[in-house]
Ligand binder design. Structure first.
Ligand code: 26V
Length: 814
């Protein structure tokens, strides 16, 4: 039963509008109308929010805190309406008063506080926790500027700040009364009192951490969890008056600016550069504010600090919040008076850690000097932790200095965050089976043999509510009509769809839905890029961060080869294709930016070459973000998941495409392997080196790209075309790409996998033209996608890591 009817909604909405703006609805701007709707929805949510909190308090159920530097929520209006179960009512009611909900939706600015997969995963997890009735809350930073906005100018990426808060964020609530102080710098005094060491932190720089809360609405279950994002503000005096009075206003403002800088911008993951002190400041700011508040609330509820780990679980999303470990130790010892052993036992049982990448350049480490001067007390704790840990290692591996130094938290003058995270937590998980195996057998092998019980796998997932129900309403209707709606609460029930694998009417229905989604995307492409796209062409899509290991170059090389073949033989019989790309490159990642330029140059040349007869088109959509992914994925025929085997920890785009009826061309990497295990290799297009082969080549210094080029005319030609002015009048434009292959030995095996990729693409071409075969594969893929709902993943975290006795923790309506 819905809590709302159409007439009362209309009344509420009109009242809200006049309360906010004091004008007639007809005089308001579209944005006013969006804002009024958002505020009203938030009011509806508020009651459930308070109620949920009350129930959690009363029942004393364990609370989960998901600490993450990134939360990539995207838009919230429609997902909130869907989860509240009032989308239809609102749509109809607004229609009656001349407002198109679809238009208002588009006015909402994406909440883009994340780089990519890791941040979006955090958002899907929040959605699943609330929808499953699990008391799980997000804890992050309220960055004033989100991940940059990308424009393509002259074929190149140009970055602009993402000022997402400029038009007022209707979803958040500032909670000044819940602010805490975070301390940086200064010194630590030690004194003995009653046989105990007392540590006092003095002369520090205080920073006020003010939380902003955003409600996370569960799917039709009355549950509203909390996402708490912290903002850094100056404490007390904003201005340094000694400078102010001398007229040096710039200097006077420096203090304020330096503090606000902490929550100003999100770092791009261009690989981790040590010594970026602001990043370390951000990381400590997040965990210190978050944990101080958790402990305060915990004590206020009257619990004993010694049972902390029974009532609280803290999960750290990669190593970015790994300082949660020494910070919790600090609070337990210095503020709560516990001894080391007990504090460590509680900390270890409270904290769990997920690794999201094996790329060595993304492993965080901090120079000891920087660390020590910014966080003197925290450093003391890390040092002690390291000493005790190494002592244990010494007992086990006496004399094996190499091994001990490979495992020490502090070594070679650096604090290693991955090691800190492993040592201080009770669980370490990878995000897909193969990724976890690589962690256990390679990257973290020493730790795995030392503490095997800590290691486990949790294959990623995606919110099927956002990525199917919200993004693809027509496919959702078809599923409901054919297999009922049980898949909404039990996503693996999508399996029932498998029985339509050979049903030609279902094939036709799927085709019609896909075509209508493709038409919408065609309109968008026309509007944003002024490119006319044929909706009957095969939509071949690669959308994700631009990175050498994700191999957008391999995709580009296939296009260059196809173009060469078309020029040689304009009658070449191929299925017309539209190659669609989107993705951002980290601003300082030169090679990745050149890949973007190459794709745009291919587009200019190929789309305007009459000899191609529109058989292939290339499109690069700018400013990739959650709301753009929601438009592209339902329209895709082919999903490109072509990373070098071993490099993509999991991937989650692969799951979104599959659920939306695209087929996958893939290497056996990350979760692609698990997709293959479910649908069978005949129902996707697998190619390329396997992980064992990649590891073997890498071990022996790679392979010889020049040899491959000598043997393959297609590769020779493509390589030459990169540097002979074919795609750019500036001959040096793509030299970096050329050099990455020939000078730096093709680290990501692009040329090695080329031939097998082109063969797989030829197979795609063939199967696409066999209508019933293609759509049979589509049915099988959709039917098997339920496993990849993040509800499954979250249940595994809840029972396997956080110690929740699911489903006892489910909150039901009320
Ligand atoms: C590293 C750094 C280094 C310092 C600067 C900021 C920054 C931000 C992020 C990162 C790590 C990124 C790791 C990541 O996003 N991994 C992706 O995680 C997805 C969710 O588990 C997974 O599906 C992708 O395969 C994996 O690449």
């Amino acid at each position: 039963m819905c809590f709302l009817d159409k007439e009362s909604f209309k009344k509420d909405y009109e009242e809200k509008f006049s309360e906010l703006f004091g004008i007639e609805l007809s005089e308001g701007t579209e944005y006013n109308k969006y804002e009024a709707l958002g505020s009203l929805i938030r009011d509806y949510i508020a009651k459930m929010w308070i109620n949920t909190e009350k129930i959690y308090q009363k029942s004393g159920v364990k609370q989960i805190y998901y600490f993450s530097m990134e939360f990539l929520l995207g838009r919230l209006l429609v997902s909130n309406l869907i989860n509240l179960g009032i989308r239809e009512i609102c749509q109809e009611a607004l229609n009656d008063i001349g407002i198109d909900l679809k238009e208002l939706e588009e006015l909402e600015h994406d909440q883009g506080l994340g780089n990519g997969g890791l941040g979006r995963l955090a958002a899907c997890f929040l959605d699943s926790m609330a929808s499953l009735g699990i008391p799980g809350h997000g804890c992050g930073i309220r960055f004033k500027y989100g991940f940059f906005e990308q424009k393509i100018i002259g074929g190149n990426q140009v970055e602009y700040p993402d000022n997402w808060l400029k038009d007022n964020n209707v979803w958040e609530i500032r909670r000044a009364d819940k602010a805490v102080v975070v301390k940086f710098g200064g010194t630590v005094n030690m004194e003995k009192s009653e046989g105990r060491l007392i540590f006092t932190h003095v002369n520090y720089e205080p920073v006020l951490a003010v939380p902003y809360d955003t409600p996370i609405v569960g799917y039709k279950n009355g549950v509203v969890n909390n996402l708490r994002l912290w903002s850094a503000e100056p404490l007390g005096k904003e201005i340094d008056f000694s400078y102010f009075r001398k007229g040096d206003f710039l200097k006077a403002m420096e203090y304020k600016n330096s503090i606000e800088a902490i929550s100003q911008v999100l770092y791009p993951d261009d690989s981790f550069e040590e010594g970026r002190i602001l990043r370390l400041k951000q990381e400590y700011f997040l965990v210190s504010a978050g944990i101080q508040r958790i402990v305060k609330n915990y004590k206020k509820a009257g619990h004993n600090i010694r049972d902390f780990h029974e009532k609280i679980a803290i999960h750290i999303n990669d190593t970015h919040p790994a300082l949660a470990i020494p910070e919790l130790m600090r609070i337990l010892m210095d503020e709560e008076g516990l001894g080391w052993d007990e504090a460590f036992m509680i900390t270890e049982h409270t904290i769990s850690y997920t690794n999201h990448t094996i790329l060595s350049e993304a492993m965080e480490k901090w120079p000891v000097d920087t660390f020590k001067s910014l966080l003197p007390r925290i450093y003391m704790i890390v040092e002690e932790l390291n000493e005790r840990f190494c002592r244990g290692l010494w007992n086990e591996y006496t004399g094996q200095w190499d091994k001990i130094s490979r495992m020490a938290i502090i070594s070679d003058g650096y604090v290693r965050m991955d090691r800190l995270a492993i040592v201080g937590s009770h669980s370490v998980n990878g995000v897909a089976k193969i990724h976890t195996e690589i962690l256990k057998k390679k990257v973290m092998a020493d730790f795995y043999y030392y503490t095997p019980h800590k290691f486990n796998n949790k294959t990623n997932g995606i919110s099927h509510r956002r990525w199917l129900i919200q993004a693809n309403p027509d496919l959702t209707s078809l599923l409901k009509e054919t297999i009922g709606d049980s898949f909404i609460n039990h996503p693996t029930d999508i399996n029932y769809f498998q029985k339509y694998a050979d049903d030609p009417t279902i094939h036709q229905r799927l085709y019609d839905i896909k075509r209508s989604n493709k038409l919408k995307l065609c309109d968008y492409i026309m509007k944003t890029c002024n490119i006319k796209v044929d909706p009957d062409s095969l939509f071949d899509v690669q959308i994700k961060r631009i990175h050498a290991y994700k191999r957008q170059t391999l995709n580009a090389f296939h296009i260059m080869d196809l173009y060469n073949r078309l020029i040689e033989n304009p009658d070449l019989d191929i299925q017309p294709r539209t190659f669609i790309f989107a993705g951002k490159a980290a601003p300082s990642y030169y090679l990745a930016k050149k890949i973007i330029t190459l794709i745009n140059r291919l587009a200019e040349k190929i789309n305007n070459d009459a000899r191609v007869k529109d058989k292939i088109k290339v499109v690069f959509l700018d400013n990739y973000r959650v709301s753009l992914a929601e438009k592209i994925i339902p329209a895709a025929d082919l999903s490109e998941q072509i990373s070098t085997a071993t490099k993509e920890a999991s991937g989650t785009g692969n799951m979104k495409f599959m659920m939306n009826g695209a087929l996958t061309i893939a290497t056996l990497d990350g979760a692609n392997i698990e997709i293959k295990d479910l649908v069978g290799e005949n129902n996707m297009f697998i190619f390329g080196l396997k992980s064992e082969e990649v590891l073997k080549y890498s071990q022996y210094g790679g392979y010889s790209p020049v040899e491959i080029m000598k043997e393959d005319d297609r590769i020779r030609r493509i390589s030459q075309d990169l540097i002979n002015g074919m795609y750019s009048s500036d001959f040096s434009d793509f030299l970096a790409i050329y050099d990455s292959l020939y000078k730096y030995n093709d680290e990501y095996f692009v040329l090695k996998d080329f031939s097998s990729y082109v063969d797989a693409q030829a197979e795609v071409d063939k199967v696409y033209r066999d209508f019933n075969k293609w759509y049979k594969m589509v049915v099988i893929n959709i039917a098997n996608s339920g496993t990849f709902s993040s509800d499954r993943t979250i249940k595994e975290y809840a029972t396997g890591i956080w110690g929740l006795r699911y489903p006892d923790n489910i909150l039901n309506e009320g």
